[in-house]
Design a binder for this molecule. Structure first.
Ligand code: ADP
Length: 169
């Protein structure tokens, strides 16, 4: 079996869309590890707002200044994707106690599936811990007034226009 690098981490999620909270984890992860792969999970059971290709292009644009970060799409189990990258670390962000509970169960399941892969958690920064992709989608759909301006507090500015046009605003 291929050797896994402890200096390479994979940060996987739906990123539908990428939020300032996700970006904060990416920045901090890229400072901790030699290499960080952002994995966009394609889940056939979810109906995302953005196609995997749209998310790939958007995230690549935002992380372009971070030279040790790459962005890929994947299908199937995250642990299998992490192994296919030859990374030994799965990076996760936690916002709340509820997140910790869910992540704890998921980590145990992942460890049973592939004990060689370690999960590392970064606590969300205080100023981003209330942000989620679903909240952003709600604001984009239902916001009143200058929604573009309001969205600046939640997602990278480069992504605001495409989000608003996606929801027909
Ligand atoms: P998933 O489909 O796995 O829920 P997400 O795209 O929502 O994917 O999240 C990916 C990862 O980022 C998860 O570890 C999640 O806990 C973390 N995360 C989500 N939002 C934030 C945030 N605001 N701050 C820090 N971490 C976050």
């Amino acid at each position: 079996m291929a050797e896994l690098s402890p200096h390479h981490a994979v940060y996987a999620g739906s990123f539908d869309p990428l939020t300032l909270g996700h970006l904060d984890i990416i920045r901090r992860g890229s400072a901790l590890f030699d290499r960080l792969t952002v994995g966009i999970g394609i889940n056939p059971d979810k109906k995302p707002l953005f196609t995997p290709e749209e998310r790939l292009v958007a995230i690549q644009q935002v992380v372009a200044p971070l030279k040790n970060v790459e962005v890929l799409c994947f299908e199937g189990l995250t642990v299998n994707f992490v192994r296919s990258c030859q990374a030994a670390v799965m990076l996760r962000g936690v916002r709340t106690l509820t997140d910790i509970e869910t992540e704890f169960t998921m980590t145990l399941a992942n460890r049973a599936l592939d004990p060689a892969i370690e999960t590392v958690f970064l606590m969300a920064s205080e100023k981003y811990s209330h942000i989620s992709s679903s909240l952003i989608k709600q604001i984009a759909h239902l916001g009143r007034g200058n929604t573009a301006e309001q969205l600046k507090a939640f997602l990278p500015p480069e992504l605001i226009e495409s989000l608003l046009s996606k929801v027909g605003r």
